[in-house]
Design a protein around this ligand. Structure first.
Ligand code: HPA
Ligand code: ZN
Length: 316
C-alpha cells in the first residue's frame, strides 16, 4: 500500500459539504456549552441521534459573535487543509438573523479562501420555515444554494417541492442531502421532486445500478463524507464504504468532512482515506480535487485558477 503524498494539505481543494455548526472546534463548543450550563453528549450512533445532539449544540450558539468566531475558526482550519473555496451550510432562521450577517462578513475578511453559503433547511420542520429561509437570503448574494438536511428516513422531500422550485427560479442551486440514512428511492425523490443539482452524500445510490448509471451520465455530483458515513452507521466500517463503486461507475464524487468538529476528521485525512479505498496515485488525488471544483458553484475564474493550481501540484 502506498502512503498518501506528504503534501496532501497543499493540494488546492474545494469543500462542498460542511455545516458551520458541525465544524465548530471541540474547545469552542465546550466554552459555549459551559456558558449555557449544558453538557453535550457525543454518544451518537446514527443520523437521528446525531441530529438530536446537533440541536443541543446549536442551542448553545446564541451569543453575538458566536457565528463570526465559528466562521473564523473554520476558515483558519480549512486553509490549513488546502481548502481554497468552501460552500458552508448555514440556517438563516432563528436568533433574529444576525448570525447570518456575522458569518458572511467574517468569511469575506479571509483572503486565502472564498466562502459561499447553502441554506440549511431541516426536513422535520414544516415547509413554511423553508419559505422563510428563502426570504431571509434574498438580498444576500453569498448564498448560492438551497439545502435540506436532518432526519431523512421519516421525512421524505416531496413537501419541499414547491419551495425548491421557487429557490431554483431565484437562481439558487438545489443541493439536498439524500441517500445517507435512506436508500436509492430517496435519491430518486431528491432528483425528481427537488431538482437536485448536487446530492450531499448520495452514497446509497450505489444500491441501484440503474440510478447510479443515470447519476454518472447526468454528471450530478455526489458530495461524499467517508468518516461521517462510518460514524453515523451508513456503512459498518470504512472498508465497506461504497466509494469505489461510485468511482468505478464514473460518478462525479468529491470528498468532504460534513461535521469535522464532531467527527474528529479533517479534509486531508478524508482524501487519504479515499486514496486508500481507490488506490490513488498523485494524479488520482489531483482528480479528486478537480472533482471538488467541478462539484462546486464557485465563480468560473476561480474554478479556472484552481484547475491550474491543481495541475501544478500534480506536476501534470
Ligand atoms: N445529514 C443530515 N443532517 C445533517 C448532517 C448530515 O450529514 N450534518 C448536519 N446535519
Ligand atoms: Zn451534511
Amino acid at each position: 500500500m502506498t502512503a498518501p503524498p506528504a503534501d496532501l494539505h497543499a493540494l488546492p481543494k474545494a469543500e462542498v459539504h460542511v455545516h458551520i455548526e458541525g465544524a465548530v472546534r471541540p474547545s469552542t463548543l465546550e466554552e459555549f456549552a459551559a456558558r449555557a450550563g449544558v453538557s453535550i453528549s457525543r454518544a451518537f450512533t446514527d443520523l437521528n441521534t446525531f441530529v438530536l445532539m446537533y440541536a443541543t449544540a446549536w442551542e448553545t450558539m446564541t451569543q453575538p459573535g458566536d457565528y463570526a468566531r465559528m466562521m473564523r475558526e473554520y476558515c483558519e482550519d480549512a486553509v490549513r487543509q488546502g481548502v481554497r473555496y468552501a460552500e458552508v451550510e448555514l440556517s438563516p432562521i432563528g436568533r433574529s438573523y444576525n448570525h447570518v450577517a456575522e458569518a458572511v462578513d467574517e468569511a469575506a475578511r479571509h483572503r486565502d479562501i472564498v466562502v459561499r453559503f447553502n441554506v440549511g433547511n431541516v426536513r422535520s420542520f414544516p415547509p413554511d420555515v423553508a419559505w422563510a429561509m428563502l426570504e431571509a437570503v434574498k438580498d444576500v448574494p453569498e448564498f448560492v444554494a438551497f439545502g435540506l438536511g436532518g432526519n431523512e428516513r421519516d421525512f421524505p422531500p416531496e413537501p419541499f417541492r414547491d419551495v425548491f422550485a421557487e429557490a431554483r427560479n431565484r437562481g439558487l442551486h438545489a443541493v439536498p442531502h439524500a441517500g445517507e440514512d435512506a436508500g436509492p428511492e430517496s435519491v430518486r425523490a431528491a432528483l425528481d421532486s427537488l431538482g437536485a443539482e448536487r446530492i450531499q452524500h448520495g452514497v446509497r445510490a450505489a444500491e441501484d445500478p440503474a440510478l447510479l448509471a443515470e447519476i454518472a451520465a447526468r454528471r450530478v455530483p455526489l458530495a461524499v463524507c467517508p468518516t461521517s458515513n462510518v460514524l453515523l452507521g451508513v456503512c459498518k466500517t470504512i472498508d465497506d464504504h461504497p466509494l469505489r463503486r461510485l468511482w468505478d461507475a464514473g460518478v462525479l464524487v468529491s470528498i468532504n468532512t460534513d461535521d469535522p468538529g464532531f467527527f474528529g476528521c479533517d479534509l486531508a485525512g478524508e482524501y487519504a482515506i479515499a486514496g486508500r479505498l481507490l488506490g490513488l496515485d498523485r494524479e488520482g488525488y489531483a482528480q479528486l480535487a478537480r472533482n471538488s471544483v467541478e462539484s462546486s458553484f464557485a465563480p468560473d475564474e476561480l474554478k479556472e485558477a484552481l484547475r491550474r493550481e491543481i495541475s501544478d501540484w500534480a506536476g501534470s
